[in-house]
Design a binder for this molecule. Structure first.
Ligand SMILES: Cc1ncc(COP(=O)(O)O)c(C=O)c1O
Length: 374
């Protein structure tokens, strides 16, 4: 274990068992403290120390680059949320009638609607059914010569299914297809290697496993993709010589900052950076081990309940932080409400009740939650 005092970092209300990190996570103490300090600083001195704020923002970019194994922060843009990042990709690429985008049939609406919105440009969305024994192969089979882009979540939000990105990325490279990964259900929970995945685009908001606030997301764009995206938002902040307000000449920033048109979400940067500092201190492999031990505990405890059936496929080679199950007699929505009334915060997703602990969740809280299932 780490030297970090997790009870100190996560002093959650004892009346609450928080198993909803796949939706919106609680913050660690250091994040709440960082936000308080930032508020106090604003109160007392406004933006007197703005250069320090910019350093904090630069630190956040480094942390995000580290989390995905990006070669450089030049490939990292900060966005409002996953949907905004995906929209920058969908409306940045140039399409021709007859082009296809392949997605899975389990995607969160953010990673479906944006591609469907291209229908008026003649783009067809092909949804691959992931229910079979080899979901990656099913996706690869759908990659025909008309496919321009593959867009999948690294972990499916409802079932927790983990896709092998390396095999998908390799297939995309072989067929010259753009590869776009919604990594919101991975980052902060599981190791992620953008080089191994050979992804052109990686998008994720910080409010789930990264333990940050809503409203600040990562958009990674590979070197080869950077110049392929047409820009749709312009402003003082996305130019090469930003801060030179006197010149009327401007060039688009050479790096991924070109996707950031105006002033940054500095409050969010302070918060997310604090959250990531915790995850990086623990180490993402340790986070994964501790999280998967908790998911395994849930799996075994649920398997002992005859009234319950697991929806998450527990036979997959890789596992996520999501464990979804259904009750044989009680509808998911009703069970979810019952659990919520008793302080178990979870979600109704993927045809059942979705539990998503994090690496720090005390085991006795998990025991408590499972004991409340009627
Ligand atoms: C797979 C996936 N993508 C995206 C989102 C959220 O998108 P956004 O950051 O645009 O709110 C969620 C939230 O549940 C999700 O599960």
């Amino acid at each position: 274990m780490t030297a970090i005092d997790l009870a100190q970092e996560f002093p959650q209300d004892p009346a609450v068992v928080y198993l909803n990190h796949a939706a919106v996570a609680p913050w660690p103490r250091r994040t709440a403290d960082a936000v308080t300090r930032f508020a106090q600083e604003n109160l007392a001195r406004g933006a007197t120390h703005y250069p320090r704020w910019l350093n904090q923002e630069a630190t956040l970019r480094q942390q995000l680059a580290q989390l995905i194994g990006a070669p450089s922060t030049a490939n990292i843009a900060l966005q409002k949320n996953t949907s905004e990042g995906l929209s920058a990709v969908a409306y940045g690429l140039q399409w021709q009638a007859g082009d296809k985008v392949v997605i899975s049939d389990q995607e969160f609406p953010s990673n479906r609607i944006v591609w469907e919105s291209l229908a008026d440009q003649g783009v067809e969305v092909v949804e691959v059914n992931l229910a079979g024994p080899e979901p990656e192969q099913a996706i690869i089979r759908a990659l025909d010569p008309d496919v321009r882009l593959l867009a999948v979540s690294s972990v499916q939000y409802g079932t927790g299914l983990v896709l092998d990105l390396a095999s998908l990325g390799a297939a995309c490279v072989e067929q010259d297809i753009w590869f776009c990964v919604d990594a919101i259900q991975s980052l902060g929970a599981l190791p992620f290697d953008v080089n191994e995945a050979q992804a052109d685009f990686v998008v994720a908001d910080g409010h789930k496993w990264m333990l940050g606030p809503e409203g600040l997301a990562l958009l990674y764009v590979s070197d080869r993709a950077l110049n392929a995206l047409r820009l749709h938002q312009y402003g003082w902040h996305m130019v090469e010589d930003r801060g030179n307000y006197d010149t009327h000449h401007w060039d688009i920033a050479r790096d991924a900052k070109r996707f950031e048109c105006g002033s940054p979400n500095m409050l969010g940067a302070y918060a997310l950076s604090a959250s990531l500092s915790l995850l990086l201190e623990v180490g993402i492999h340790q986070v994964q081990r501790d999280l998967l031990a908790r998911v395994k505990y849930l799996e075994q405890a649920l398997e002992e309940l005859p009234q319950v059936e697991l929806i998450t496929d527990t036979g997959r080679p890789q596992r996520s932080g999501i464990m979804t199950f259904r009750h044989r007699e009680i509808a998911a929505e009703s069970l979810y409400q019952q659990l919520k009334q008793q302080g178990v915060i979870c979600a109704c997703r993927g045809g059942g009740v979705r539990l998503s602990p994090h690496f720090y969740t005390p085991l006795d809280r998990l025991r408590q939650a499972v004991a409340l299932i009627p």
